[in-house]
Design a protein around this ligand. Structure first.
Ligand code: 13P
Ligand code: SF4
Length: 344
């Protein structure tokens, strides 16, 4: 890839108004490292999976698959590569390892966190299971492998409503996202599904910042703008939104929508994809950055490909992996029966 190709791809990306722009000069700076990574990737038979929130130069420069947490789990399951470089957050790379125990899974991100995954431990889940033995434990994918191992079914933002409706138990413990949990309760009410859904106390620090007043303010100036939000937002935000979905579902919706203006209430990475893929449409209003997702850099991707350190490798104890795999298998079974899921 030369600097001109990269510039053609990224020239419309503007993060924070005009603060972050991909100029021709910037692309000239980035292109040599991108080419080195792509060469090394071939030599090592590696594949690079990139979450939609990760920086545009990674997604469009070196990414083989770019998507939401559900799509990337499936890509991880289907890859023939020997090495998976997971540019996202640690729990997503753990999911890839749970599905591919024989493959090397490496993480370039320096900040291995996520406020949701960090909000609950497997010890706390064990305690809840003793307190609520007849509940089905449903974990959001934004949890550690240890927590997934304690739960019955895993869900993502793309399938949480349908899976919870389909679970043949009216007693559900949903963890750890309190706001997504409240949205699930509302959605079940609107579908006429009666379930007792208990929640724990986690939130995503990026999505909890959005408030309904922001939507009112933007609509004063852009009354035609379509408001799209992620299910990790507060129910008051969801109520005022026109469309709610996972990152991949939001992007798909924008592509098919007749609207020309959008307020996108999720992480800025998704706005970049929008600007690259739909330059004729406009994002009005701001998005927010996730420091964990943005801690992935081209330099670190190069380093983990060339010479990974022990802390760059995902290692999961086999008994934990086997149990966590069952909760993922349940998710795939509910979502698409046809998908061949690795055996526990
Ligand atoms: P998706 O399931 O839409 O990929 O979201 C994951 C996430 O971390 C959102 O904050
Ligand atoms: Fe976690 Fe929120 Fe970042 Fe997603 S955006 S990885 S939920 S902190």
């Amino acid at each position: 890839m030369d600097a001109k190709d990269l510039y053609q791809k990224l020239k419309d990306v503007k993060i924070g108004g005009h603060i972050c722009r991909f100029t021709m000069e910037k692309c000239r700076e980035l292109a040599p490292l991108i080419n080195e990574i792509n060469q090394l990737k071939k030599e090592k038979n590696a594949v690079i999976l990139v979450h939609s929130y990760v920086s545009a130069e990674i997604a469009y420069g070196v990414g083989d698959f770019v998507g939401d947490s559900y799509g990337l789990s499936k890509d991880a399951m289907n890859t023939k590569a020997d090495v998976i470089i997971f540019c996202a957050v640690k729990f997503m790379a753990e999911t890839a390892k749970i599905l591919n125990p024989e493959k090397e899974v490496l993480i370039p991100s320096e900040l291995n966190g996520c406020t949701l995954a960090d909000s609950i431990t497997h010890i706390q889940v064990q305690k809840l299971k003793r307190e609520f033995p007849d509940y089905t434990f449903v974990c959001y994918i934004n949890t550690t492998a240890d927590v997934k191992a304690e739960c019955d079914v895993c869900v993502t933002s793309s399938n949480c409503y349908d899976i919870i409706e389909a679970i043949p138990n009216d007693k559900i413990m949903f963890l750890p996202d309190k706001l997504m949990g409240k949205n699930i309760i509302k959605e079940m009410e609107s579908r006429g599904v009666k379930k007792d859904i208990k929640l724990t106390n986690g939130t995503c620090y990026v999505h909890e910042e959005y408030a309904p007043e922001m939507i009112d303010y933007i609509r004063l100036q852009y009354p035609q703008a379509e408001v799209l939000s992620h299910p990790e937002c507060h129910p008051n935000v969801i109520q005022k939104s026109d469309f709610i979905g996972s990152t991949a579902q939001l992007l798909k919706h924008m592509k098919s929508s007749k609207s020309k203006e959008f307020l996108l209430l999720t992480e800025c990475g998704l706005s970049s994809h929008f600007q690259v893929e739909m330059p004729e449409k406009k994002i009005v209003g701001t998005c927010t950055l996730c420091k964990y997702m943005k801690s992935n850099t081209l330099e670190d991707i190069f380093r983990v490909l060339k010479n990974p350190r022990p802390q760059d490798r995902i290692v999961i104890e086999e008994s934990t992996r086997g149990k966590a795999l069952k909760s993922l298998q349940e998710m795939f079974r509910y979502t698409e029966n046809k998908v061949a899921v690795p055996a526990a």
